[in-house]
Design a protein around this ligand. Structure first.
Ligand code: ADP
Length: 323
């Protein structure tokens, strides 16, 4: 029998709970014990965890956020903090760990794995910047929340002949802005992977106005060098270039909350169950993600320090279609 622990770390993402539920029930089906760690790595260091039973993970598949709690934990960046975490796991005779989280969390998990402790990472972040997977748990929901905002703003924009500038989350990765922008038919998409200066945005909006568009949407990723505020400062001075009246909406953490989509629940469920399959084969040190429709594993040491890149050709396609 194995005794394993599971935690959620870094930015919360819709679907984390579905992964916890799946891993818990799959572990119980093997006859194992599974401990839920509170608040990510902070809970490992503080030895804050409790046994999970099937009923403890009931009614959470549809809930956003994470019932285990998450935290940023600076102590885990230090070897001393990680040694404390390993000490606590050993004292409880826990012999494997599942880490559900994004880039930072998986860098942390790779350091634990490098000591020989069996760790499985599950890619989970709305940013979609984790290397080794096409998509992370939470991305689909975040894109859809952003898209819903765009659709709503387009409705009011069309009624008032306005342009809306929508800033969405994603840290240094433009995935959410790119996908929600394409799905929402945005006139301009500004992402960190390819900077667009405020002057160019103004020109493109002005040209759209001249072509007879009655409204326009600009989607800006929070990590773009010229963010929403910089754009608005420029537009305030150059209103005549744009044609449209312009308003800004910053979505912020709204993008991270919300009910996980069917896609995220299924992805998270598959990844949670796959983590137990891997551990049952005494295999670990891997990040599990998805390529196409297959669950795939990538060594955590490869994941750490790498980031997934976006398909920039999609941006060019969106630009052509914004005509
Ligand atoms: P995410 O996992 O969503 O990318 P963070 O980057 O905030 O979120 O990372 C979450 C936690 O993972 C951090 O608070 C820290 O405890 C741990 N972590 C991040 N980077 C490292 C690192 N380089 N080494 C060890 N632990 C790390």
């Amino acid at each position: 029998m194995k005794r394993i622990a599971i935690l959620t770390s870094g930015g919360d993402a819709p679907g984390m709970n579905a992964a916890v539920r799946a891993a818990t029930r799959a572990a119980l089906a093997q006859g194992w014990q599974i401990h839920g760690v509170r608040n990510g790595y902070a809970g490992l260091i503080a030895d804050n965890m409790e046994l999970l039973r099937a009923r403890n993970v009931g009614g959470i598949i549809q809930r956003g956020g994470t019932v285990l709690g998450s935290a940023r934990c600076p102590e885990f960046l230090e070897a001393e903090g990680r040694a404390r975490a390993l000490h606590n796991l050993a004292r409880r005779k826990i012999n494997a760990l599942i880490v559900i989280g994004g880039n930072g969390s998986q860098t942390g998990s790779s350091l634990l794995a490098a000591t020989g402790f069996p760790v499985i990472g599950l890619a989970s972040t709305i940013d979609n910047d984790v290397f080794g997977t096409d998509v992370s748990i939470g991305v689909d929901t975040a894109v859809n929340v952003t898209l819903e905002a765009i659709d709503r703003l387009r409705t009011t924009g069309a009624s008032h002949q306005r342009a809306f500038l929508v800033e969405t989350m994603g840290r240094r990765c433009g995935h959410i802005a790119l996908f929600a922008g394409i799905a929402g038919g945005a006139e301009v998409i500004a992402i960190p992977e390819r900077e667009v200066r405020p002057q160019e945005v103004a020109e493109r909006l002005g040209a759209a106005y001249e072509r007879g568009k009655t409204h326009a949407i600009v989607v800006v990723a929070e990590g773009a060098r010229h963010g929403a505020q910089a754009m608005m400062r420029y537009f305030a001075k150059h209103r005549d270039k744009i044609g449209f009246e312009l308003r800004v909406t910053t979505l912020g953490h709204v993008v991270r909350g919300g009910i996980p989509s069917a896609f995220d629940r299924v992805l998270a469920t598959r990844l949670g169950a796959a983590a137990i399959d891997w551990l049952a084969r005494d295999a670990a040190g891997m990040l599990l993600g998805m390529r196409g429709s297959d669950i795939v594993a990538t060594p955590l040491e490869e994941v750490a320090g790498n980031t997934r890149s976006i398909d920039i050709a999609l941006l060019d396609m969106a630009r052509v279609l914004a005509q």
